[in-house]
Design a protein around this ligand. Structure first.
Ligand SMILES: Cc1cc2nc3c(=O)[nH]c(=O)nc-3n(C[C@H](O)[C@H](O)[C@H](O)COP(=O)(O)OP(=O)(O)OC[C@H]3O[C@@H](n4cnc5c(N)ncnc54)[C@H](O)[C@@H]3O)c2cc1C
Length: 398
């Protein structure tokens, strides 16, 4: 079977869906392939920065954001066991007074619905297998696959059966296929890891009284954070020095909170959901070439504290879609090479503190001097909002 499309988007995560939506809004044909099944399973929380909310507010009905999201207005920073600073979060368009925490599946569903309203349906269980870019078009092979039940000895493990290979001819390919990006690997672009991966444990705790409108960041040898979620639930995030030998539970939460956030009352509450995951600061040496480009976690990852990979990734989705639309009529890929790629590299050099380090203003307090690079990654902001928040703390980015 052969299919033709103007743009093949690989990955049905938030970044791929937003890129596809923007491409449709610019009048291009788009095909979105996602290797996994559609799922509405509970997902981790996304922390959306005010700039991201402004970007999303043009998409149509975002009622689910209002009834399943929780607005936050301030970031309270602790270091060395003391409360050091309170930053106001800029207003985030009409969706929220500040930023918003939201289950990531709600974000995905809202984007998918907006996309289906444009007549595009995600092709689930379709996996990109190969790519060849001849300079004027890209030929890709996509495999349609089905899950088969694994033997009892491998319960929980999914095995796949390839049932069909589809040849896709596209003018452009967007690789929004996450950390393990097949697109990046097929292009042979090296993935540069910047230091060791850091392990974080997550706890969602139903709370009484509701968690309020502050995010808390606790900096130190191991970082911690608290984010209010919808319905009075609170997300605690703790960096761990080693992989836990027992599953995370309410007892572990009490222990971590007593040592890292002793100002939080030690209640006997239950824990609704826990998870442990390693995060690395890493980026792709290039953002793509010619007719194949990357956005989102396919091109960078960072700590979960400031959630910059997702938020900047959503901006990339919009900018990449616009650059592709500007390049599409002819063969001039200039908006991609010197526009999109150059800007992406500049922004991520700053966010990952590559090259020139963050500078300290003379008025920077001593606790900031020890935490400058961590603050750049941990504030839930990017672009001018990040610059503004950092300048209040006495830090400037080159
Ligand atoms: C455990 C965990 C916890 C996190 N917690 C938070 C948090 O609390 N807050 C926050 O803001 N961010 C969090 N993040 C980060 C956030 O999830 C990512 O930044 C965000 O999902 C990136 O979106 P994306 O669309 O670029 O990639 P992804 O969401 O990873 O989507 C990529 C998609 O591409 C698909 N794909 C991959 N390869 C192929 C292929 N060959 N063919 C077809 N499809 C393919 C994948 O199945 C996937 O659906 C967390 C990440 C993880 C892993």
């Amino acid at each position: 079977m052969e299919r033709r499309t103007q743009v093949l988007v690989v990955g049905g995560g938030p970044v791929g869906l937003l890129a596809a939506l923007r491409l449709r809004q610019r009048g291009l044909d788009v095909l979105v392939v996602e290797q996994n099944e559609h799922t509405t399973a509970r997902s981790f929380a996304a922390v959306l920065h005010p700039r991201t909310l402004a970007l999303l507010s043009g998409l149509g009905s975002l009622d689910p954001f209002v009834w399943q999201g929780h607005a936050f207005k301030r970031v309270v920073i602790f270091a060395g066991g003391e409360r050091r600073a309170v930053l106001d979060v800029p207003a985030g368009a009409e969706l929220a007074q500040g930023g918003l925490t939201l289950p990531q599946n709600v974000l995905r569903s809202a984007l998918e619905q907006a996309l289906s309203a444009q007549g595009v349906y995600v092709e689930y269980l379709h996996r990109l297998a190969s790519l060849a870019d001849d300079g004027s078009e890209v030929r890709a092979e996509v495999t349609r696959r089905e899950p088969v039940s694994a033997p009892p000895s491998r319960r929980g493990h999914v095995e796949w059966l390839d049932v069909e290979t589809i040849s896709v001819r596209a003018s452009f390919v967007i690789g929004a296929d996450g950390r393990e990006s097949t697109v990046r690997k097929l292009l042979g672009i090296p993935w540069r890891q910047l230091g060791p991966a850091r392990l974080f444990g997550f706890f969602d705790v139903p709370h009484e009284p509701p968690a309020g409108q502050n995010i808390e960041l606790v900096l130190g040898a191991e970082a911690s954070a608290m984010y209010p979620l919808h319905g009075g639930t609170t997300r605690y995030t703790f960096e761990l020095d080693r992989a836990p030998t027992e599953p995370l539970d309410a007892e572990k939460l009490r222990e971590l909170r007593a040592t890292r956030m002793p100002w939080h009352p030690v209640n006997r509450e239950s824990v609704e959901w826990t998870s442990v995951h390693a995060f690395e600061r890493a980026w792709s040496e290039r953002f793509g070439r010619n007719r194949v480009w990357l956005a989102g976690d396919a091109a960078h990852t960072t700590t979960p504290l400031g959630t910059q990979s997702l938020n900047v990734g959503l901006r990339e989705a919009r900018d990449l879609a616009n650059a592709v639309a500007d390049s599409a009529p002819g063969r001039n890929v200039e908006p991609l090479t010197s526009g999109y790629a150059a800007q992406r590299e500049l922004e991520w050099r700053r966010l990952l503190s590559l090259g020139e380090k963050p500078r300290l203003l003379p008025n920077a307090p001593s606790w900031v001097r020890h935490q400058a690079a961590e603050l750049v990654a941990a504030l839930p902001a990017s672009g001018e909002d990040l610059d503004e928040g950092l300048s209040v703390l006495g830090i400037t980015l080159p």
